[in-house]
Each structure stands twice: as structure tokens, then as C-alpha cells.
Design a binder for this molecule. Sequence first.
Ligand code: SF4
Length: 305
Amino acid sequence: MAKIGLIDVDGHNFPNLPLMKISAYHKSIGDNVEWYDAMFSGHMDKVYMSKVFTFTPDYPYYIHADEVQKGGTGYNYPDGGDALPEHIEHIYPDYSIYYDKIPEVKNTAYGFLTRGCPRGCEFCIVAQKEGKSSRKVANLAEFWRGQKNICLLDPNMFACPEWRELSQQLIDSNAWVDFSQGCDIRLMTAEKAEYLKRMKIKQVHFAWDRYEDKDFIVDKFREFKEITQWDKRKLPVYVLVNFNTSLEQDLDRIYTLRNLGYWPYVMIYEKDKLSKGHVMRRLQRWVNMRPIFAKVPIFEEYLKR
Ligand code: SF4
């Protein structure tokens, strides 16, 4: 029986899916798995370290183990390094390792039904990491066993040719579905919107990142709203700023979305490089603090205050 240690280097409030699968695999062959602790764990046969974000500092302590394996985009940008072997990639995750750290994991299943995205947006690593097409990689039952919530990590499920079959699985689950990485409004059709309506959904995130999409994206937003009749609280839309748009174009997207009955949500590209009082940070604060955005409708007014 080998002693296996795990280190979630980011340690944010979100479970690390590869580590949950690695844990499930090692437990299935009788190994002992625990979170690695430099002070108390002692010598391990193998320690796995996973790091998602490049900005997270690395694990600072010496690791007492025969073998250390590192993975994730935080270590290997942008492709994430070696993929998990197939027999681990498709195992049911060991959610229990997070029960004490993140209580909502007890009621939530996490996973990918599809990988890849045909878009290849310049600010996004998905196409490089997972390929420039969306393909089915799993059925829902691979990572869901009756949990109340399903958190999908798919980058663009509705770009996958099997979107109908996968949507039906989500409908049949009767669980609350969270498309955590958002849905692509540019691919929405009346049929896709009807499928979404049949799922239990608290919120669907869309994005309007490229200003030049305005000519057709506005009609897409309008059509989706007409079909679903969902309230704006259910319809946040990411608006990427500080990438290749002007402030005027940012405000145009924000005001247009609000007029269409959506809730814009500003995301700043390379935010850490901006000074504290930068206008983009102020724009983000104005829009994302919803009570303020509802009370002060014009950005210039907000700046005066
Ligand atoms: S559509 Fe979304 S997932 Fe696809 S490349 Fe663009 S940002 Fe990434």
C-alpha cells in the first residue's frame, strides 16, 4: 500500500478536479491518500501537486517523497503539461477529499462533458490546451451520481455536435445546472434555448467580448430573451475590457446589454497591471456592484460621485 500525498497549490475555494480523480484512482488500488502537510505527513511514496493559475505562488516547503509530480496550467502554460492517463481521466472523482474544505462539494458534481472550443479567442487558452473544436468526452453519469447540483466546466458545450444528447442528460438529471464557464450566445438558436429552458438553471452566463460582433450579437441576445423570458438576474453577461476595445465601446456594450434586459458583468484583462484608481477598475466597480449600477445609471455620474 503506497502513501500518496496531494497538494492543491492554488487552494482557492474551488475543488481541483484532477486531484479528485488521482485520489479516486489510488484509493481504488488500495493506496493511502491524504493531503500532504510538510510538517506532519512524513515520508510519502509519491506526491501530486496541481496548480491552475500562473499567478499563484508555488508551494514553498520541502516535499519529503520518493517522487513528486506537478501538473496544471499554473506549471505548464498554456497546455497544462501531460494529460491524465485515460483510466484516471474517466474515473468517478473522489469528491470526499474536499468535504471538509469546501462544504458545497457534498451536494455538487463537477466535470466536463465536452472539451475544446472552435473560437480560438486570442485572450483564452482553451483552443491551445484542448483543441479548436468541441468534442464530447463523457456522459454525465461519469461524474454525477444524484447530487443536487452540477457544475459544468465545459468551455463551449453548445458548439459540440452532440449538444442535444448532452442537454437531454442534464434535463433528465433534474439537478441544478451551472454552466460555470458560460454559454456562447453566438451559437444560440431557438432550439438550443428551448433545451436550456427545460433544464433547472439558476443563471446562464454569456459573454460579449468582441465589439465587432455587435451587428449580429444584439439580435441573438434579443431572440434568447424573447424565448426564455428570463429575468436579468438569471442572465449575467461577461464584458471583457482592457483588451482591444475603447471605453466608449465598453460603455456601449454595457448600456446595450442593460437595455436588452441582461446584467453586464465586467471582466478586466490583465487587471493586476492596472493602477488602483484606473478607469477600468472604476468601471468594473460601478457595473459589478449591482445596487450601485441599478441606482446610478450613467458612468459619468458615478465618476462624479
Ligand atoms: S469562446 Fe470562450 S472558451 Fe472559446 S476560445 Fe473564446 S473565450 Fe475561450
